[in-house]
Design a protein around this ligand. Structure first.
Ligand code: ZN
Length: 182
């Protein structure tokens, strides 16, 4: 069955700056449909994560779909996983800076500091409360997506505007250099 691929809200759309509402009824078919559509949209756009506000649905839920990549060859390959009403319970002192992009901020890449390790809680789409410790790439995806639920974009987390690159310069200067190391 075909599921709709949703339009992605872009930088400047106020939905991206709005604090999303908690999901109160996990059995609501609208929520289940939203999760299915977000998963399809993440796959179609080659994303490793997508949050409901990015498709103009103001709910506290996102998809994490980590997979190994050139920058994080050891990243786990995950089935796209819905995380509902997610929270950070605790986090490492240490932050690490690494590159992020965003489906809602096309054409730009930024070097973003994030906690290396986060202890998190969320509800699964079946309504089960999960507690997990996430590290490195998956921790980064979680923090990026959680920010979307609070109206925060990776641009807001940059230490300096000098850490912002165009996609073309990123590909030329950063991504290629990393690729040749492998
Ligand atoms: Zn994003």
């Amino acid at each position: 069955m075909e599921k709709p691929i949703l339009d992605i809200a872009q930088l400047g759309n106020p939905i991206l700056r709005t604090k999303a509402k908690a999901v109160t009824d996990i059995t609501d078919p609208k929520i289940s449909q939203l999760i299915d559509s977000l998963i399809e949209t993440a796959i179609a756009s080659n994303g490793v994560g997508i949050a409901a506000p990015q498709v103009s649905q103001s709910f506290r839920l996102f998809i994490v779909a980590s997979r190994p990549n050139i920058r994080y060859p050891d990243a786990p390959k995950m089935q796209p996983t819905a995380m509902i009403n997610p929270k950070i319970i605790s986090h490492s002192e240490q932050k690490v800076k690494d590159w992020e992009g965003c489906l809602s901020v096309p054409g730009l890449r930024g070097l973003v500091p994030r906690y290396q390790t986060v202890e998190v809680e969320y509800l699964t789409r079946e309504g089960v409360l999960e507690s997990k410790v996430l590290t490195d790439f998956v921790a980064r995806i979680f923090q990026h997506e959680l920010d979307h639920l609070d109206g925060i974009l990776f641009l807001d987390r940059l230490e300096s505007n000098q850490d912002l690159y165009s996609e073309a310069e990123y590909q030329k200067r950063i991504f290629d250099n990393t690729a040749t190391e492998l």
